[in-house]
Design a protein around this ligand. Structure first.
Ligand code: ADP
Length: 762
């Protein structure tokens, strides 16, 4: 009774736990579905408050909302055991997540982002889930499929605990990002950041998943064991994910700072270099203005030195006020420049304008020339003593490649690639492949407008990055996996302990029962022993009584039959017929009674045990039997044969009775043929098997047991077979007294064989 009470209690506990789980799953699933539905409505009505919550937040994408509706519906379906529903929902959510991850990983757009609705709200990646959301959805999908696979039901809590915890942790990290004002924590790479309510949705679905995983192992007693690792696991995962995100963000900030610094350096260098080259030309123009026009030879050698020294000018020219090149240095290689009009291609007209208005230098846009891009710097010459006579320009033709090569030779710029554009077209690149983290700076001087773009080389970037964030993330995942294992094995151990406890109780119960049965058996034995003692005593008494009675009865019977015979002899012919018949019946009855009494006496004499055991040769017994039955054998013409017979340890007189009865019966129950009786013996492992076979009338096998009982005969008084029905009972008693068995095998009409066994030498 106690056991069933306890069982009922645990059953109730389980039921409570199950209800609790169902409520949790239903609530989280329902809320998630509602969240998704509301945002879907928001998309159709273009309600920004529903999509973003706050204007500065990222919008929850349509696909995300769809995913939450499906995941929510799937969770609710698990409560109602609609396997197909939650499998299909899970598959679709997983597909949305996985396809988005593929898009991010391979930088492709496979057209799922805006499959259902056009996203005009989001600035970047319109319609595409944030990467952490996509990862979360992939986990949700696989978890649902696991949940629907019967093979996994037993280990669900471990296989779902981890994805569930990861999903919750993703949501928690996103929320922390929002509350701390650092949404970059939830923004992975350069991708979209998570929406506020997406973070909430992930937490809901994750909780629902973990709860539904436990439906199969629902047991209030083990609840703590199940929740504890998950709570710690979520904590650890959230912590490491946060640490990971923060260290990634820090690293990014560092790299960004580095690139910005390089950009500033490059900008300053570019500006300074070009400025100093212009300054050189200005000094030349100044000397012209102060000292008057130099001789052509003097100017050419001066300008030639500049060209050679700086290595950035293709040539330096003097251009007259009509913008025609008059002198050029170095002359060699530039002879064709003489007389060239610089107004159209090298922007001379603009320089003229600038000179007249501001009396200042002017730089032309870069133009392609034979041998690479060039630009020209114009320095106007005004001679003050001649009332500011305009003497034309000193023009430096800069070779773009040489100029920026010298600038970029700088040590500072090592590890970065650079491109320079002017007026929208690229005029210089350092040759590296374009990469991320690029920053731009503009250099504006003397009318020129250069845009320098700089980005770190891939290998340099790799060197600047540390493996710390990855190590943090990997160790966090490892720790939470270990926690899940600990929880799993802890639970297993508890389960095993309770199983063995139950087994112990069962064993104890069994031992108790067995002991009781043993005691009962012992008591029974005692009773049986007592009974058998009593039986023995009463049997002995009965035997004694029978022997006394039969002995005592014989005497009066002998008197009765004697006088009856006298009566019949003496009054023969003197009495009437019926009186003579009465006397005959009486004589016969008395004789029958005498037979019965003598048989009974024989039976009681056999007793219940052998009295005088001795070595008896069975052949001698058979010979004696033949002698005793001599008259009967002769009368019937019977043939008695025997095989070799053993010597046994037996009571000789009892054995004599046995053979007498069997051989006597064999002749008595003869058929029409001459009776033939064969006696034989066969050695069995521990005993002798005797057989007495005849060719008599045989008996119906139905009576083969009955004939061994006292007074059981198959023939009535009137039949030709006379007898008392005691002979075989005596045989049985003799054989059993010697520790053997007796039985008959017979075919009616063909003969019978009596078998009996006697132990071989005791
Ligand atoms: P009785 O011979 O005095 O009737 P038994 O106890 O010797 O009593 O035999 C019991 C019965 O078994 C007999 O009445 C007889 O019907 C049957 N029986 C015994 N021996 C044989 C035999 N050799 N062949 C056929 N029937 C037999």
């Amino acid at each position: 009774m106690k056991r069933t009470q306890a069982e009922r209690e645990t059953e109730m506990q389980k039921e409570n736990a199950r209800r609790w789980i169902d409520n949790t799953v239903f609530t989280t699933g329902g809320l998630s579905a509602i969240l998704g539905a509301v945002v879907i409505i928001g998309w159709f009505t273009q309600n920004l408050a529903l999509l973003k919550i706050l204007p500065s937040f990222e919008a929850m994408r349509f696909n995300t909302a769809l995913g939450f509706s499906l995941a929510g519906a799937g969770l609710v379906a698990t409560v109602f055991k609609r396997k197909t529903v939650f499998r299909v929902c899970g598959l679709m959510v997983g597909l949305i997540g996985a396809l988005t991850i593929i898009e991010y990983t391979f930088g492709v757009d496979i057209g799922i982002d805006q499959l259902f609705i056009k996203d005009t709200v989001s600035a970047t990646y319109p319609g595409r889930l944030a990467l952490p959301t996509a990862i979360g959805f992939t986990f949700i999908g696989s978890a649902f499929i696991l949940l629907g696979t019967p093979r996994w039901t037993k280990r669900q809590h471990i296989f779902l605990g981890i994805p569930g915890s990861i999903i919750i942790a993703l949501g928690v990290v996103g929320l922390i990002g929002f509350f701390s004002g650092h949404t970059e924590i939830g923004t992975w790479g350069d991708f979209v950041s998570m929406a506020f309510h997406t973070a909430v949705g992930l937490m809901l679905v994750g909780t629902g998943l973990i709860a539904s995983a436990w439906r199969h192992s629902a047991n209030e007693g083990r609840f703590l064991f199940q929740w504890l690792p998950v709570i710690i696991g979520v904590g650890v995962l959230t912590g490491t994910m946060l640490l990971w995100r923060v260290s990634v963000a820090l690293e990014r900030a560092n790299i960004e700072k580095m690139v910005l610094l390089k950009t500033a350096t490059l900008r300053a260098n570019t500006n300074d270099r070009i400025e100093s080259h212009i300054q050189a030309l200005m000094r030349m123009a100044n000397r012209w203005a102060m000292h008057g026009p130099p001789s052509k030879m003097e100017w050419e050698s001066d300008a030639g030195l500049y060209v050679k020294h700086y290595g950035v000018y293709r040539s330096i020219m003097w251009v007259d006020p009509t913008l025609r090149a008059r002198w050029v240095a170095p002359f060699k290689g530039n002879e064709s420049e003489i007389g060239r009009y610089l107004g159209d291609d090298l922007g001379g007209s603009k320089a003229l304008e600038a000179a007249r208005e501001k009396r200042d230098a002017w730089i032309s846009p870069a133009v392609p020339e034979k041998g690479g891009d060039v630009f020209a710097a114009y320095i106007p010459i005004f001679i003050p003593i001649f009332n500011h006579r305009f003497d034309g320009f000193i023009v430096g033709v800069f070779d773009v490649r040489s100029l920026f090569d010298t600038i970029l030779k700088d040590e500072d710029i090592k590890g970065y690639d650079v491109s320079v554009s002017s007026n929208g077209s690229v005029i210089y690149t350092s040759g590296g492949a374009p990469g991320g983290w690029a920053r731009e700076a503009r250099v504006r001087l003397y009318g020129a407008d250069f845009t320098v773009k700089i980005w770190p080389k891939a290998d340099y970037l790799a060197g600047a990055r540390s493996i710390l964030p990855s190590v943090i993330l990997a160790s966090g995942i490892l720790v939470s996996f270990l926690l899940a294992l600990v929880g799993h094995f802890g639970e297993k151990a508890q389960e095993r302990a309770s199983i063995s406890e139950a087994a112990n109780a069962r064993l104890e119960h069994e031992i108790f029962q067995r002991r009781r049965a043993e005691e009962e058996l012992k008591a029974n034995y005692a009773v049986i022993e007592r009974n058998s003692e009593e039986l023995k005593r009463s049997n002995a008494e009965l035997e004694q009584f029978a022997s006394v009675v039969s002995h005592d009865l014989q005497e009066p019977l002998r008197v009765i039959s004697g006088y009856l015979q006298l009566l019949s002899r003496r009054y023969k012919g003197k009495l009437d017929e019926s009186a003579e018949e009465f006397i005959r019946f009486s004589v016969e009855g008395a004789a029958r009674m005498q037979n019965i009494i003598s048989d009974l006496l024989a039976y009681s004499r056999v007793g219940s045990r052998t009295k005088n055991l001795s070595s008896v040769d069975c052949s001698e017994i058979v010979d004696l039997t033949k002698k005793n039955l001599g008259r009967v054998i002769q009368e019937n013409g019977a043939v008695i044969t025997s095989g070799p017979l053993p010597t046994v340890n037996a009571d000789a007189s009892q054995l004599g009775h046995l053979f007498m009865n069997l051989v006597g019966n064999a002749i008595k129950y003869r058929g029409d043929e001459t009776p033939s009786v064969h006696i034989s013996a066969k050695a069995l492992p521990e005993e002798w098997l005797f057989s007495v076979a005849d060719n008599g009338i045989g008996i119906d096998p139905a009576y083969s047991e009955k004939i061994f009982e006292m007074f059981q005969r198959l023939h009535g008084k009137g039949s030709k077979y006379t007898g008392t029905g005691i002979g075989l009972a005596i045989c049985k008693k003799v054989v059993e007294n010697h520790g053997g068995r007796i039985w008959i095998e017979s075919t009616p009409g063909r003969g019978s064989t009596f078998f009996f066994t006697l132990p071989a030498k005791a």
